[in-house]
Design a protein around this ligand. Structure first.
Ligand code: GLY
Length: 354
């Protein structure tokens, strides 16, 4: 028997679930196929909401990221009121420190520049080599693990069907129409299909999305220890403090395919740079380490919207900004799927730009 829904979403990570939520709120029947929920980049992330700290150049990507950041307060309230789960959204601000006499590479952001005394007033005990930095008060974070729980509960409450541990073997098409999606046990059909499979997208469709591995770790402050008040965004390493005294530290960026595991070099890089940023971490308790795979495209921009098939929509390649871009991706794609409205911003993220 073929299973039918209005929309079939392939991919049960942040983007798939958040789009399922927006669609369900618009009265659409949605099925989500999730191959391996714990493996989604949603779990590996630190949850930074950092359009400014990431140093994105002015253009459509920065515009998309800023729009998504502005949606966060309302989107999180919606999630919380639907589920009773607090996703721990915290607009705590992000400090991007500068070491020594290094060049001021963010010249477009001079209004955010702080000298060392101003920076240490914001965050005491910064590394000695830090001479100043940028303070982005509107950037922040969300606890991506709590967000994952809230998203799952929200969509299930709204009647979305989630099939876990289901691998799509084949997306069948006739001409420019997808006709069905096959797994080992079932065949699924829908009026519209959404592909949101992150780093694994290239296994199902010819699009230039490849994995970029990130290793991460977390530390726990000892009782009574001075806590970090803001995210610190250093050279290839960032510290994301949670309110419970934990700090999530990320992330390497490695072009090693889907090679699993943490490596000693990866962990050493993260620890060395994090001690340089914030020396008190040397006494914190090592908690755990993990890794994940960012979906990277050649220009490091996501692929959003239409595809070579009239009834297939794409939402992949979010690279370093998947958590940040979750609300805007979900809203724009729900509008595209339900009302055939193409937001002008989507033009920059078409699949056929490569
Ligand atoms: N968003 C930061 C990272 O991907 O490491």
């Amino acid at each position: 028997m073929k299973i039918h829904s209005d929309v079939l979403i392939i991919g049960g990570g942040a983007i798939g679930l958040a789009t399922a939520l927006e669609l369900a709120l618009r009265g659409v029947s949605v099925t989500v196929l999730s191959r391996n929920f714990p493996e989604a980049a949603l779990h590996a992330a630190a949850g930074m909401l950092a359009p400014q700290a990431e140093g994105l150049l002015p253009g459509p990507m920065l515009a998309l990221c800023l729009r998504s950041r502005s949606l966060y307060p309302e989107w999180v309230s919606k999630l919380e009121s639907l589920t009773g789960i607090d996703p721990e959204y915290w607009p705590c601000g992000i400090i991007a420190p500068l070491y020594g006499e290094a060049k001021r590479f963010r010249s477009a952001e001079d209004e955010y520049w702080c000298d060392r005394p101003s920076l240490t007033a914001l965050q005491p005990d910064l590394g000695r080599e830090i001479t100043g930095g940028w303070w982005f008060p509107e950037d922040g974070q969300i606890n991506n693990q709590s967000m994952a729980k809230a998203l799952r509960v929200a969509v299930e409450q709204l009647g979305v069907t989630i099939h876990d541990d289901v691998t799509v073997n084949h997306i069948a098409h006739q001409g420019d129409q997808i006709t069905e999606v096959q797994t080992a046990d079932e065949t699924y059909q829908a009026d519209c299909y959404l592909l949101a499979t992150g780093a694994w997208t290239g296994e199902l469709l010819t699009v230039p999305v490849v994995p970029r591995k990130g290793q991460m770790l977390s530390l726990q402050a000892k009782t009574g220890e001075q806590q970090l008040r803001h995210v610190l965004f250093g050279n290839g390493t960032y510290l994301v403090p949670r309110r419970n005294g934990r700090v999530v530290i990320g992330a390497t960026s490695e072009d090693v395919g889907f090679t699993p595991h943490n490596t000693s070099a990866g962990i050493q890089q993260l620890l060395t740079e994090s001690h340089r940023l914030y020396p008190p971490l040397q006494d914190w308790i090592f908690e755990r380490s993990w890794w994940g795979f960012r979906p990277a495209t050649p220009d490091e921009l996501p692929i959003l919207g239409t595809s070579p098939y009239k009834n297939l929509v794409l939402a992949t390649g979010h690279y370093r900004n998947g958590i940040l871009l979750t609300p805007i991706t979900a809203v724009l794609l729900a509008e595209l799927i339900c009302n055939q409205v193409t937001d002008p911003l989507l033009k920059a993220f078409r699949y056929d730009r490569f």
